[in-house]
Design a protein around this ligand. Sequence first.
Ligand SMILES: Nc1ncnc2c1ncn2[C@@H]1O[C@H](COP(=O)(O)OP(=O)(O)OP(=O)(O)O)[C@@H](O)[C@H]1O
Length: 276
Amino acid sequence: MGAFDAHIDRVVDSNGRAKRSEDGTSAHTVDPAIELEDVTFAYGDTPAVRDVSLTVEAGDFLGLVGPNGSGKTTLLHLMLGLHAPDEGTVRLFDRPIDEVDDGSRIGYVSQQATNRGGAMPVTVRECVTMGRFAHVGHGRLGGEDREAVATAMETVGIVDLADRLMNELSGGQRQRAYIARALASEADLLALDEPTVGVDAESRDAFYALLDRLNDDGITIVLIEHDIGVVTDRADHVACINTELYHHGDTESFVESDALADAYGATGQVVHHHHP
Ligand SMILES: Nc1ncnc2c1ncn2[C@@H]1O[C@H](COP(=O)(O)OP(=O)(O)OP(=O)(O)O)[C@@H](O)[C@H]1O
């Protein structure tokens, strides 16, 4: 896996692609995007995820929350097949995960994506163009591919950055380029791990507005985000974990539940003040 792939990994359903509208912006299957059943995973003796079952429907916007070290990134990796579960089963796009063998239906933006150090010295256009490689294999890029790249850069508002080097962009700009790369590859699912760390408030709002638009277009989104306000503002459903699943349901039911305090309380990170 190259340095670039450390930032965005993709998995393609070899069973065929989702349908897209003429302008290439909407994609969607009706199948559940992700299904976890009784999934357990440990790093050696360190349990990270225990007995988690949940389904993410196609077109859903799921917020994944929990305290530091609660297993969010591990759970996301299990969803994408980057870790194999010790126990339980994972299905992606209605297929067993180990039968999903190719990479463009998922755009994964990892925790390090805003980090300048790991970015390759390629231009933004080249980076976004890499999103087409899964489509052309060893063939040459054609007009349709160049059009998909241009449309993706337009959608995320980085046309003016096309000739800039990825490792010379700000974190927020780089974030957009990675999203454009996923759009160019016609990803159906965007998996984002704390995508706005180090991004200023204005760019952050614009970034989340972009995610809303993409979700309105039908792209399934799974977002790990520590800012609970962002999650409750944006997500349709919330999964709250601390190794085990404390809550999974619509955002309203999450807000009304004690899941957050319970999950944070389990690691002693939330201090409850008692006034006798
Ligand atoms: N590569 C690894 N090797 C060993 N232990 C790991 C590894 N990655 C994570 N862990 C441990 O697994 C547990 C879950 O980690 P994970 O990164 O999934 O949590 P997280 O909720 O994403 O954390 P954060 O909010 O701090 O990013 C933690 O106890 C962590 O220390």
